[in-house]
Design a protein. Structure first.
Length: 333
């Protein structure tokens, strides 16, 4: 990739050493053409796991302890109340308390994205306003899906437009077909990217062609694409995404931030080697063992994982051994 044309000649002496020796191989990630983003989403965001006590109450003390450890990792910000936060299992009061707790602990220069998607437009608007009042910088709004057969492109555009109009904070769309059974249609994304208060999308589907097309079709808008998984992060950067919201960052946050840096500096061989070592652990804590696997792995790396809230069940001893083997064979344990 060529360096952005916005780089001035005065910056070149500083940036030149980051490029490869051959002139044609100056391949850092370029800045996409289009307007400067109103809110920069470049970087890694862990979608925080919600810690519970042995009695399955939200454990705010353990949440604060995890946050103190994450403070040493160069994340761009944090996501709360996403899929990995067991968001559907929290009461409305708990959701707001979690946002408030994280906001108090998070430096102001770190972004706080909070899940506020509900099944109805009215409930989503009300929760989004409450999330803003609790300290969220951005609302992450998952696609409504209970009546998925009726969720046409027109219905979803209307839903998100209403939310974007009413929200006091910027909105990021959230497409996670593994959980919702619904892919946010491309035509809806392109339309919504033109809304002044809708600034991006987190896409967890893993279709790199689709993600590249999103970047391409929205390049003239104030709109950024975030990869929704560590398993395809490097490939996503190659097609122009801005950053990643990755469950594995709860466990291996520093290596994921390193992968982000390597891609931005054009060190593609090192980035590829690191990406390869992250694929199997990522699959283990997402598709294979899910949130119980994520929380178990967190414990091995010095974080509090703890139990999930029922009906999510803990891993069996055999599953725990398989999970540990996945991390150890890739050199993480």
């Amino acid at each position: 990739m060529a360096l952005s044309t916005r780089l001035t000649s005065s910056l070149w002496p500083t940036l030149a050493p980051l490029c490869w020796a051959a002139p044609r191989q100056c391949r850092r990630l370029s800045t996409p053409q289009g307007p400067e983003p109103s809110l920069d989403l470049r970087g890694i965001f862990p979608p925080l796991a919600t810690p519970f006590s042995s009695t399955q109450e939200v454990d705010y003390a353990q949440l604060e302890e995890n946050l103190s450890r994450y403070a040493n990792i160069p994340f761009r910000g944090l996501v709360v109340l996403g899929s990995n936060g067991e968001y559907p299992y929290l009461t409305p009061h708990e959701r707001l308390e979690v946002v408030s707790c994280v906001r108090r602990a998070l430096p102001r220069d770190h972004l706080l994205l909070a899940g506020s998607g509900c099944e109805s437009t009215q409930a989503t608007v009300e929760l989004t306003v409450s999330m803003a009042e609790a300290g969220a910088d951005v609302a992450l709004v998952v696609t409504p899906c209970y009546y998925r057969g009726a969720m046409t492109s027109a219905a979803l555009v209307h839903h998100y437009t209403e939310v974007g109009d009413a929200s006091p904070i910027p909105v990021v769309l959230y497409s996670v077909p593994a959980n919702t059974g619904l892919d946010l249609p491309m035509e809806a994304i392109i339309t919504l990217a033109q809304h002044p208060n809708i600034i991006g999308i987190k896409d967890s589907g893993g279709d790199i062609t689709r993600m590249g097309l999103m970047v391409h079709k929205t390049r003239q808008e104030d709109f950024q694409v975030l990869a929704g998984s560590a398993g395809f992060l490097l490939a996503s950067y190659a097609v122009g995404v801005s950053g990643g919201v990755c469950a594995l960052a709860n466990v291996l946050g520093a290596p994921l931030c390193q992968l982000d840096r390597l891609c931005r500096e054009g060190q593609w061989q090192e980035a590829r080697n690191l990406q390869h070592r992250l694929i199997e652990p990522n699959t283990a804590v997402t598709r294979r063992f899910g949130i119980p696997g994520l929380k178990k792995a967190m414990e091995w790396f010095g974080y509090y994982g703890g139990p999930c809230r029922a009906p999510l069940a803990p891993l069996s001893p055999i599953q725990i051994e398989e999970l540990r083997s996945t991390f150890s064979t890739n050199g993480w344990l």
